[in-house]
Structure formats: structure tokens, C-alpha cells
Design a protein around this ligand. Structure first.
Ligand code: UN1
Length: 477
């Protein structure tokens, strides 16, 4: 097997490789991917630093053309890249193709944004003086991405970084290097100058740490666990470096007595269990009012019976495997904790075997959970959901907001009054009415509050807040 190498200063390099294993079939090696050393990471940072002056002054048409070419190629190869994604991460092929399309759309969006860079010209409060307000790129951006969206999250960090004139050192999650390698290859062939995007695959403890320790990285954008996010924050403060963190959630979905039952069940099943529940936007707390509780639990349980868990590549699979043995252990540990805490296991909870060896777990539903249980407070990141019974809307809202996180929140209701009140009073960055809490658009801001996120929003035109710094220039006329 050929080794997919790191891209440093425009050269493919590295022979020390690790296997990328398919979680739907652990006998299958998806590919071999180079493991960067701390020295490689330093070389990548130096290359990005050297490339910055020229790229930061590059023409907006050049940036547009490169980003557009990348978007076009990803779209043209959506089936092939989607299959690669499904094989390395384990989400189903249709979900993986959908994510690949999203990555293409993100590149297309920022190709357009490159042509719309603008500033403001305002009068000074002093006579005969003009003031210009412009946005300038930050410098070298460190990008650290998680394993659960192997192509969309790299796209939504790389595309704006390049669009606004930054250079990049990119470290994808070591579990899923294949889609990231494909993005680097596509951008390299699209004509990105040497050193503007550097790919350094490997361990967080080695590559990520070298990035955190570098005084030459002007900003780090990170999506992943709370623990690593804190380390990014602490090191960034030491270096006076800008940082942006997206660290997950314990997203509530409120279901009120007046909800359309079909809408509520579809939204809960989708955002709780699809993508194997491995989304920071997953609804893992279903907060249900008394009048509809039993009907809702019965209908959701019926729905779960019809969900097919199997190899991500197999037609008809609704949920693929858990990503690896470690995450599976976390999921089963939490299932045990839920039982010990006194929640009732209403569905699932068991490992399952399929034709191919993989990390298959039944979708798991707990009922009679309280909001104080660990299964309701801690992010599990698997297909494990708790139902919490509440008296009325007021208690539902208070319960929804009683969490250390604040990424996404949903409500299923036919009441305009409650929908409006919830949109206004939910302490989350994103609110969904009669929709799943997961599955967001690519052209509007993404991000949360409290323990979920730190720093400016990602995506859409709001991405400029992180990837640029503002300059105010005064001129005597
Ligand atoms: C989505 O729900 O469409 O890591 C996106 C995550 C998020 C992305 C969710 N940053 O799950």
C-alpha cells in the first residue's frame, strides 16, 4: 500500500505511517497515512510563516479560483469521497455523501466571499480626517479537527482561513486522515502556492502539542473534546494568540403536549441517533411534558425497532458503527452508569454482531431519567439518549437550560407562543423549532454558548470575525 504523505512547504513527505481502519469492518485497512513528528510540525509552521506575506497580499481572484476549483472537484468526486468518508469514519454512505456535498458548498461559499471582501470608510470626528476600517488576515492559522465530520469540519475551517488570506497548518484527527489528505491534495493541485496549506497528520500529543507550543501560530481553531479545548485555551493565552473552540454539547429537545407526534419522533430519532449519535449537535436529552410522554416514548421506541444498524457501506443501513473501540467503551460505560443511576433502559443497550467485524451498538433509549444524572449532564457522543419527564413548558425550558453546555436546542410544538418564547429564552447558540438539533446549513453562523464554545462563530460571513483582525486607519486629507 502506498503511504499518503504529509504536505509541508508544497512537498509530500514522510514514510512513518499508521493504518486507517474501517470501523464497519476492522479487517479492512482504508489506507496508510504518514505520522508527522514534532519536527515536521515545526517545519510546517515555518513554511506557513514564510508563505504568509505573499498569500496575505494575493489577489482575491486567485483565491476565488483556487477555492472554487476545490469546491468543484469535491462535488464532482462526491460519491468516491463519500465512500472514503463512510469507510474511515463509519457514518452511512448517504450521510457521508451528504457531508461531502456540504464540504463542496463551503468551498463554493468562501470562493464567493473572497470576491466580497470590503471595509468601511467613515468620517473622523475631527475635521479633514478620514477613517478606513479594514480586515486583514491574522497570519498562520492552526487548524485541529475532530473525527466525526472528516470532510465538512476541515472544509469549514480551511476555506475561510484561505479566503481571508491566512496560511494554514492543518492537523486532522488521527482516526480519520483520508478525507483531510484528499482536501490537501485537491487544494495543492488547484494551484495553492507552496506552504500556504500544510497538512500534518498524526497524534495530538505530538503534532497538536507542537502547534500549541509555537509562538508563530497567530490563531488556533479547534473542534473536539472539552479537555483538549481547555489545553488549546491555556496555551493560547500564554502566547497571546487568538483561539476559537467548539467542544460539544448535551443538547435538549423539548417535546410539548401539543407537538405533532410524527414531527417530534422524526426529529428526535434523527438528531439523537443518526450518524451514530456522534455529533456535537445531537439531541441527547429529550425533555417531554406529561400529557404526551407515554405516547411519545411508545412511538419513538417503535421507530427505533425499525432502525437498521450495520456496515456503513451497505444499502439500507440507517446507523453505522461507533467510530472505534475506545468510543464504544465510553458508550457502554455510560449505559452501565445510566442503569446504576436508576434510569430505565427502554430500548437497546446491547452490542450487536454483523457480517463484518465492527463496533456495532444498538440505539439506546433511557426513560425516567432525571436531569441530574450523569447520563443527562455529560456528553456521551454515542447513540445513547435519555428521556426526562416534565410537568409543563416552564419546567421544560428550565430543564433544557440547566446544563453546562449550550450548543443547540430544539422544541417540538405547534404553539407559536411557546416556539417564540423558546427561541428567545433558550441558552443555546442555535435553536431549532420542529427540526432536529443536528444538521445545520453551511452559510449561516454555527456555534454555542457556555461550555460548548468559545470565541467567534464559525461559518457564513461571521467566519471573518475569527480569521481576520480589524485595522482602523486615519488619514489627514
Ligand atoms: C451538524 O450537526 O450538522 O462536531 C454539524 C460536530 C459539530 C458539527 C455538527 N461541530 O458534531
Amino acid at each position: 500500500m502506498t503511504v499518503h504523505q504529509n504536505l509541508i512547504a508544497g512537498e509530500w513527505t514522510g514514510t512513518n505511517a499508521a493504518e486507517n481502519i474501517n470501523p464497519s469492518d476492522t479487517n479492512e485497512v482504508v489506507g496508510l497515512y504518514a505520522q508527522a513528528s514534532a519536527e515536521d510540525a515545526k517545519a510546517a509552521i515555518a513554511a506557513a510563516k514564510a508563505a504568509f506575506p505573499a498569500w496575505s497580499r494575493s489577489g482575491i481572484w486567485e483565491r476565488h479560483v483556487i477555492l472554487k476549483k476545490a469546491g468543484d472537484e469535491i462535488m464532482a468526486r462526491k460519491d468516491e469521497l463519500g465512500a472514503l468518508l463512510a469507510r474511515e469514519e463509519g457514518k452511512t454512505l448517504p450521510e457521508a455523501i451528504g457531508e461531502t456535498i456540504r464540504a463542496s458548498q463551503i468551498f463554493e461559499f468562501f470562493a464567493g466571499e473572497a470576491l466580497r471582501l470590503a471595509g468601511e470608510v467613515v468620517p473622523s470626528v475631527r475635521p479633514n480626517i478620514g477613517v478606513e476600517i479594514t480586515r486583514e488576515p491574522l497570519g498562520v492559522i492552526g487548524i485541529i479537527t475532530p473525527w466525526n465530520f472528516p470532510i465538512a469540519i476541515p472544509a469549514w475551517k480551511i476555506a475561510p482561513a484561505l479566503c481571508y488570506g491566512n496560511t494554514v497548518v492543518f492537523k486532522p484527527a488521527d482516526l480519520v486522515p483520508a478525507c483531510s489528505w484528499a482536501i490537501a491534495d485537491i487544494l495543492h493541485r488547484a494551484g495553492l502556492p507552496k506552504g500556504v496549506l500544510n497538512l500534518v497528520m498524526g497524534k495530538g500529543s505530538v503534532v497538536g502539542q507542537a502547534m500549541l507550543d509555537s509562538p508563530d501560530i497567530a490563531g488556533i481553531t479547534f473542534t473536539g473534546s472539552t479537555g483538549t479545548g481547555r489545553r488549546v485555551a491555556t496555551s493560547s493565552i500564554e502566547h497571546n494568540r487568538k483561539f476559537q473552540l467548539e467542544m460539544g454539547g448535551k443538547n435538549p429537545m423539548v417535546v410539548l403536549d401539543d407537538a405533532d407526534l410524527t414531527v417530534a419522533v422524526e426529529a428526535a430519532a434523527n438528531s439523537g441517533f443518526f450518524s451514530t449519535g456522534q455529533r456535537c449537535t445531537a439531541s441527547s436529552r429529550l425533555i417531554v411534558t406529561e400529557g404526551i410522554h407515554d405516547k411519545f416514548v411508545a412511538a419513538l421506541t417503535e421507530k427505533l425497532k425499525t432502525i437498521v444498524v450495520d456496515n456503513a457501506m451497505k444499502p439500507g443501513t440507517h446507523i453505522g458503527p461507533v467510530v472505534d473501540a475506545r468510543q464504544l467503551q465510553t458508550d457502554t460505560d455510560y449505559i452501565k452508569i445510566g442503569k446504576e443511576e436508576g434510569a430505565k433502559l427502554a430500548f437497546g443497550g446491547e452490542l450487536i454482531s454483523r457480517d463484518t467485524p465492527g463496533f456495532y451498538l444498538q440505539p439506546t433509549l433511557f426513560t425516567e431519567a432525571t436531569n441530574q444524572m450523569r447520563i443527562s449532564r455529560e456528553e456521551i457522543f454515542g447513540p445513547v439518549v435519555s428521556v426526562i419527564r416534565v410537568k409543563d413548558y416552564e419546567e421544560a425550558l428550565a430543564t433544557a437550560n440547566d446544563t453546562p453546555f449550550g450548543l443547540s436546542a430544539g422544541i417540538a410544538t405547534t404553539s407559536l407562543k411557546h416556539a417564540t418564547h423558546f427561541k428567545r429564552n433558550s441558552e443555546a447558540g442555535m435553536v431549532m423549532v420542529n427540526l432536529p438539533t443536528a444538521g445545520v446549513d453551511f452559510h449561516v453562523p454555527f456555534g454555542g454558548r457556555k461550555g460548548s464554545s468559545y470565541g467567534p462563530r464559525e461559518q457564513g460571513k461571521y467566519a471573518a470575525e475569527f480569521y481576520t483582525t480589524v485595522k482602523t486607519a486615519y488619514t489627514l486629507a
